[in-house]
Ligand binder design. Sequence first.
Ligand SMILES: Nc1ncnc2c1ncn2[C@@H]1O[C@H](COP(=O)(O)OP(=O)(O)OP(=O)(O)O)[C@@H](O)[C@H]1O
Ligand SMILES: [Mg+2]
Length: 336
Amino acid sequence: MSEYILEVKDLHTSFFTDSGEVKAVNGVSFTLEPGKTLGIVGESGSGKSVTAYSIMQILADTGKITSGEVLYKGEDITKWDKKQMQKFRGEKCSIIFQDPMTSLNPVYTIGNQLMEAILLHTDRTKEQAKARAVEMLELVGVNEPKKRLKQYPHELSGGMRQRVMIAMALACEPDILIADEPTTALDVTIQAQILELMQELQKKLGMAIIMVTHDLGVIADMCDEIIVMYGGRVCERGTAEDIFYRPCHEYTKGLLRSIPSVERMKERLVPIGGTPINLLNMPKGCAFCTRCDKAMKICLDTVPEEIRVSSTHLASCWMNVKAQYEAENGGMKNEQ
Ligand SMILES: Nc1ncnc2c1ncn2[C@@H]1O[C@H](COP(=O)(O)OP(=O)(O)OP(=O)(O)O)[C@@H](O)[C@H]1O
Ligand SMILES: [Mg+2]
């Protein structure tokens, strides 16, 4: 039996469009231990959601996992049939989407939708499912839960709807909860409350969480490990401390310069220059090379391998190879 609840190995996912093959996920690997939290960060279009949807196998019709493995407790679920995947999605792994209105059905009451999820995936009676729905709403901090069951999604505030979504996702006690930008649509105080709630529930229920976000600042103190994605690849991974205090990839450094912090109140925020890459026209070497101030010749030609920076920290950037070489040889002989 695997020590990991989830293991993604060299995952490749493409969309086959009229303009060509869009390689949205390009060799992503990571592991997740039971009860732990993994953060996936990166700017818009870096392949975070497609990674999440690939795990759940809820890609658009044009999307396909072209190679790689997704192991749940050591079993490759990319080989599973529709029925097995349905069970996986209902009982083992849940997802919360960015905008609750896209996943809550506006014409059914909250109670209806919560109970349906519970009835579909457990063998509870209708009465028991109703009791469970009330219990779940209480658990996620929705006041007057019995009254809420009779309400429609539009009658609830944004924060409340997101709590209902979390209740739905957790109703069947999954081992893994994927939260794809769960708080982006909410204002800052509600955002903090929802993240706190997720951490509390994790302590109570023990599920592992994959937290997908474009905002590094939001997830810093809740992740055991963070992977930074760019152009469908993982460019850096490590603990939150590694990523925040010792970033080793020029892209991560750029991301950090672009978020506000209390210590840097008076400094200007620096957005990362250039435009995000076109996946139909990927650079031959490092995906980030066209926007990187430090790019060397090798960066344009060869995809950097993942280099171990410490026992917890890896980065795919040629700058690290250069730094290691210089440290070992007292300076680079053939300067680029
Ligand atoms: N159905 C699709 N057809 C074609 N390309 C797609 C499709 N869905 C996603 N893509 C492409 O895959 C790439 C990765 O998209 P993805 O949604 O994973 O980005 P993301 O990192 O989640 O960004 P965001 O922060 O905006 O949510 C993007 O370039 C996107 O255009
Ligand atoms: Mg996304």
